[in-house]
Design a protein around this ligand. Structure first.
Ligand SMILES: C[S@@+](CC[C@H](N)C(=O)[O-])C[C@H]1O[C@@H](n2cnc3c(N)ncnc32)[C@H](O)[C@@H]1O
Length: 241
């Protein structure tokens, strides 16, 4: 019987790490939608201590360092992703392999000003562990900004048997070149997103449904139209009490 706590996306991201690192910034969904929306929502980070959870190849880690963050710790479950992140940011960030479904190997309590997480917590079924860990390492009054799949977009994409409940789904990614990779994921309705955030003791400050940036229209009109009419991602901006 398969282990319900086993990481669902590790093998896929091990296979995709290098290709994802090379291409995601040119993708309509990432480089022209989630990346700019997340950076705009995060805002000024000068002087902040930041944890990037599920950092992947380190795009956001790099950008936060370039914007003057005082300290960056970043982790991912995929050693291959951490390797490419290290190539991208070198020794400027403390990079390590960790599973956010488990208690984090961070002794710091009340240390970070900000936890960011881009499109990574979606791969964890039970959000109570990562969210309580984020609260533990955040200062009182600290902030969590995370992007997740929009339930409507995920429902359309995965077509699960029901719109209720957290459901394991999968899709074959062909857009990153090379051999197609099957990526498992969880579809999650609104109640399974907002509920755990509030239950963990966060206050929701803002919820943004992201749209592509105007530059995408000339580059990829179809993706621009799709992104402007149907939400793919949303960003939750939360305060830790
Ligand atoms: C869509 S990528 C996003 C990467 C990066 N945050 C970005 O925006 O470019 C999802 C990332 O989540 C990581 N991930 C998946 N499950 C995870 C887990 N349980 N703990 C930590 N990272 C995880 C994957 O390895 C992958 O790097």
């Amino acid at each position: 019987m398969s282990d319900p706590d086993a990481p669902i996306a590790l093998d896929a991201y091990e296979a995709l790490a290098r290709r994802y690192s090379d291409l995601a910034e040119t993708k309509a969904e990432n480089g022209y939608n989630e990346h700019p929306a997340m950076r705009a929502q995060i805002g000024d980070v000068a002087g902040l201590r930041i944890l990037d959870a599920g950092c992947g190849p380190g795009f956001l880690t790099r950008d936060l360092l370039d914007k003057g963050a005082a300290e960056l710790a970043a982790f991912d479950i995929s050693p291959a992703m951490i390797e490419v992140a290290r190539e991208r940011v070198g020794a400027r960030a403390r990079l390590f392999v960790a599973d956010m479904a488990q208690p984090l190997p961070l002794p710091e309590k009340g240390y970070f000003d900000l936890v960011v997480s881009s499109l990574a917590i979606d791969y964890v079924r039970d959000w109570s562990v990562p969210l309580s860990e984020f609260r533990r390492v955040l200062k009182p009054g600290g902030r969590l900004v995370m992007s997740v799949q929009h339930p409507m977009g995920a429902y359309t994409w995965y077509n699960p048997p029901s719109a209720f409940g957290v459901q394991l789904c999968e899709a074959t990614w062909k857009g990153f070149g090379g051999k197609p990779v099957v990526v498992a994921d969880y579809y999650r309705p609104f109640g399974e997103i907002i509920g755990p955030v509030l239950a963990a003791g966060f206050t929701l400050r803002a919820l943004k449904e992201t749209r592509p940036v105007p530059e995408l229209e000339a580059i990829n009109p179809r993706k621009y139209r799709e992104g402007m009419t149907s939400p793919t991602f949303m960003i939750l901006d939360c305060a830790s009490g």
